[in-house]
Design a protein around this ligand. Sequence first.
Ligand SMILES: [Zn+2]
Length: 323
Amino acid sequence: MLMFRKKYLLDRKELVYKEYRLSLKQKLARLSIVLVVSVILAIGYGMVFKYLFGSPREKKLQSELDEIKYKYDLMAKDFETIDLKLATIATAEDNVYRPVFDMEKIPSSFRQSGYGGTKKYADLEGYENSDILIGATKKVDELLRRTYIQSRSFDDIIPVASDWKNKLDHIPYIRPVNVNIPLGEGLKFREKHPVLGTPRWHHGQDFTAPSGTDVFATGAGVVTRAGWSPFGFGNMVEIDHGYGFKTIYGHLRTVYVSAGQEVVRGDTLGLSGSTGISSGPHLHYEIHYNGMIKNPLYFFNDELTMEEYNEMISVLNSNSVDN
Ligand SMILES: [Zn+2]
């Protein structure tokens, strides 16, 4: 092996080769040079490595920090999405749900009210990335608070909406006879009643209908009268719809329902006729709200054109049958 080969030098006096040996001092000097160079190289390599790559621990921490910052960026985008969705829900609530149900808006100052004092975030101060931490924590607190307010607000709206649906099912909201049947006389004061010949209020809306036409319940409710009327309505039906509403259907030829019976909108109550104080076949229809007579025309879901409206008015003003 090369490293263990002995060295020989020519002895010029004796003219022979003699084994060459280093003195101890020379050996130590050489060793110390090797050591110093090794240490310098080690430090140099270490510095270069650290400069280029960092220590393994630092490298690990740096990569964790990069990952956290990346995740924070993703989270901040999620915050924006949630923020936008909450704002959309709040706008819909203020402009649609609450006005439809006749409920007051939530004051925007309440929606945007404080998200806790500054003390709350004191623990997060003094770090290199404190601003990121505090910003994220504040945003989470704000979103939680807005979500809570929104949730409580829906708790208020849901029972109102549910009751509203029930109310819509009950209030009189269709014509009591087929829509193609022309309207007769409406709500007005009559100088001369067509049968009685005396001045009298007409409290309902007449529909000129051939005898035997189906008469429908205009909303859900309970039948409170069914049979002969002492007030000149002939065979009549009265329905209590709740919510302050009552309807009356007069001059029927036949009555299909009886008092105490529950009906829903569209149920057939009987057939139209000309019973009671009547000068010809027609249906007399009344709506009462909290004891007051209401004009049934406001309770039909028809959307009349101006032409149809004018025609309706002229029909209303022409002489017609009855009570
Ligand atoms: Zn009438």
